[in-house]
Design a protein around this ligand. Structure first.
Ligand SMILES: *Cc1c(COP(=O)(O)O)cnc(C)c1O
Length: 400
């Protein structure tokens, strides 16, 4: 039997899927390292990694082996019982961060839901408001979309759950004015990913920490995109001189298997007691085994230093490009291998076209927040692969 190609698969998919995604006309069938292959046999260099998910590259052999092994031992059991992969995962995470206790979920939004619920129950009755920042992204469930500081994600879904306020980005005074008796937490990303690879200044983050301390609020860091080695340390907060009270992670945790986590201190975690929160699949043994294998590799000597070094190289190469095309690229920013090329006013109009032309050339990346070209390659990317995408981008920019 002949294998289906992109065209046929697109037609079949469009007939049966609810149209929540504007998909490219390609069906991906195979991945290895930084490469993907579609149903027509076309190869792509992947600088999106499933949006910061496949941090060790596609089908990393050690992760695939861990999945295989666990799938043959135990695939699922209720969280009414302990499992070995979950314990190993929680030990690895707490052993390498400020966290002392973990709740395991299946996605980023679920990790944030757990964080919001914990902040509310910890604060006690009448204290439920969570302040997040304009331009933020925290997920698509009703509570996390309410926390997301971008009106375009709210449209059509009102009324949203109560108790979410958005402070203007970068304005500590405005943030402090919003704190009232019912506020329980401030939620932010240390660097806004979807919002356009926008870092929060160290001073700003320090100020937010100080506000939390002064007003008795919990500081929640959404490290769903910045966590797990992406920025060159296991978590971004390590480089920013600010320790959160609660941290959420997901995306890269299982290198492609769906898993998320919410991490906090023993004192705060005590507010959750049996029956207050749960998840049927949370911390699934196969996903947890994948996460253990992923973390073990990330924590190997030199891995995170390599991310920092390659990130600096990538940013330097993009800066050279910005010098050549100053009318299109305004600046380059990011941390580690979470890199954004901020487009100028003239460039922003071309953002989608740049990404489309790069796709035609076989390069996956995206345009984040209508602001920046976003590059989130697998952390195992090589300098040669970085050179390759920068050269292609130079060609595309020259065409425009
Ligand atoms: C992707 C993302 C989320 C949502 O994660 P899902 O797994 O899609 O629910 C939340 N916050 C940030 C910062 C993200 O990048």
């Amino acid at each position: 039997m002949e294998k289906s190609g992109n065209k046929e698969l697109k037609e079949r998919g469009d007939k049966v899927f609810i149209g929540t995604y504007a998909r490219y006309p390609s069906a991906m069938v195979k991945g290895a390292g930084c490469r993907l292959v579609d149903a027509d046999g076309r190869e792509y260099l992947d600088f999106l990694s499933g949006i910061a998910v496949c941090a060790l590259g596609h089908c990393h052999p050690a992760v695939t082996e861990a999945i295989r092994r666990q799938a043959g031992e135990l695939v699922h059991v209720s969280n009414l019982y302990y499992t070995v992969p979950q314990i190993e995962l929680a030990e690895l995470l707490t052993g390498n961060s400020f966290g002392e206790k973990i709740f395991l979920a299946n996605s980023g939004a679920e990790a944030n839901e757990a964080a919001i619920k914990l902040a509310r129950i910890h604060a006690g009755e009448g204290r439920y408001q969570v302040i997040s920042l304009a331009g933020s992204f925290h997920g698509r469930t009703l509570a996390t979309v309410a926390a997301t500081g971008q009106p375009k994600f709210h449209k059509g879904f009102e009324p949203l759950p109560e108790g979410f306020l958005h402070a203007p980005f970068g304005d500590l005074q405005a943030l402090e004015k919003m704190i009232i008796g019912s506020t329980c937490a401030i939620l932010c990303e240390p660097l806004q990913g979807e919002g356009g690879v926008r870092p929060l200044e160290k001073e700003y983050l320090g100020g937010i920490r100080e506000l939390c301390d002064r007003h008795g609020l919990l500081l929640i860091f959404d490290e769903i995109q910045t966590g797990l080695g992406r920025t060159g340390t296991l978590f971004a907060y390590e480089q920013l001189g600010v320790r959160p009270d609660i941290l959420t992670m997901a995306k890269a945790l299982g290198n492609g298997l769906p898993i998320g986590a919410m991490m906090t201190t023993t004192e705060i975690a005590a507010a959750f007691t049996p029956g207050t929160h749960a998840s049927t699949f949370g911390g699934n043994p196969v996903a947890s085994a994948a996460a253990v294998a992923t973390l073990q590799i990330m924590l190997e000597d030199g891995f995170l230093a390599g991310v920092r070094q390659k990130g600096a190289y990538f940013q330097a190469e993009l800066n050279k490009l910005a010098g050549r095309f100053p009318d299109l690229i305004g600046s380059v920013r990011g941390m580690g291998l979470l890199v954004g090329a901020v487009l100028t006013e003239k460039g922003v109009v071309q953002g989608a076209a740049i990404v489309a032309r790069m796709f035609e050339r076989g390069f996956l990346m995206n345009f984040a927040g209508n602001v920046a070209l976003r590059f989130v390659p697998p952390l195992i990317v090589t300098e040669e692969e970085i050179d390759c995408i920068v050269a292609a981008l130079a060609e595309v920019l020259a065409e425009l």
